[in-house]
Design a protein around this ligand. Structure first.
Ligand code: ADP
Ligand code: MG
Length: 242
């Protein structure tokens, strides 16, 4: 197995508040790791540390065997890691296709023609090819999030990070976004997914981490963690959400 993310003894504080306490875990190529846990437990901060959106106080994070804190060209490094947030942050004054292709074209990775073809292929992947030329304001929340996923994929990332991608959606739109994520997982993408969708974690994750209070409390296969968690805090959390 090829390790693509390796986190060792990570500590992260905001001022005097320590929010990540001695976090260690690995992610193998092609794996889907789901991170669950109560609000405020440090899940978003942990994701943000992986592509150095946050500086860390102690520990090591290696992504593709590169020490994240020592990366020279951070933008080049981040091209390999797609990120999708709870709020989609599409650019309102650009069409859907322009939103998807803006970064690769601006960075000179593709010409206009290649970008058009790529945008169309990605729109087909997320089932929205008919929305190519509309503006984001005309889309539903679920459609916006599928476009945000397509936009992240436009850079040909090797890892995708998701931070509660369905939490801001109306319930009837959650399924369409999870479906896109599921097919991405099936295609072999390496994914780290912070989610409250326990069914998704149970069915799609290779491993699940339960975080509370800045710690990894439990890490296991979804089968074990959801049916027979060994830690009391995991049990209490699961019984409150399931
Ligand atoms: P989660 O995603 O699990 O809800 P977060 O990683 O967002 O948790 O937050 C973990 C803790 O860190 C919380 O106590 C939160 O208030 C705090 N925190 C997050 N971001 C910042 C920040 N930029 N400055 C200060 N405190 C922060
Ligand atoms: Mg969060």
């Amino acid at each position: 197995m090829e390790k693509v993310i390796e986190v060792r003894n990570l500590h992260k504080s905001f001022g005097s508040l320590e929010v990540l306490k001695d976090i260690s875990f690995n992610v193998e190529k092609g794996e889907v790791l789901c991170i669950i846990g109560p609000s405020g437990s440090g899940k978003s901060t942990l994701l943000r540390c992986l592509n150095r959106l946050e500086e860390i106080q102690a520990g090591d994070i290696e992504v593709f065997s590169t020490n994240v804190t020592k990366v020279k060209n951070i933008n080049k490094f981040r091209e390999k890691i797609g990120m999708v947030f709870q709020l989609f942050n599409l650019f309102p004054n650009y069409t859907v296709a322009q939103n998807i292709m803006l970064a690769p074209v601006q960075l000179g990775l593709m010409n206009k023609k290649q970008a058009d073809a790529k945008a169309l292929a990605l729109l087909q992947k997320v089932g929205l090819e008919e929305k190519k030329d509309v503006y984001p304001e005309t889309l539903s929340g679920g459609q916006k999030q599928r476009i945000a996923i397509a936009r992240a994929l436009a850079m040909n990332p090797q890892i995708m990070l998701f931070d509660e991608p369905t939490s801001a959606l109306d319930p009837e739109m959650v399924g369409e976004v999870l479906k896109v994520m599921r097919s991405l997982a099936d295609s072999g993408m390496t994914m780290v997914v912070v989610t409250h969708e326990m069914n998704f974690a149970r069915e799609v994750a290779n491993r699940v981490i339960f975080m509370a209070d800045g710690y990894i409390v439990e890490e296991d296969s979804p089968k074990k963690l959801f049916t027979n968690p060994s830690n009391k805090r995991t049990q209490a959390f699961l019984s409150s959400v399931l």
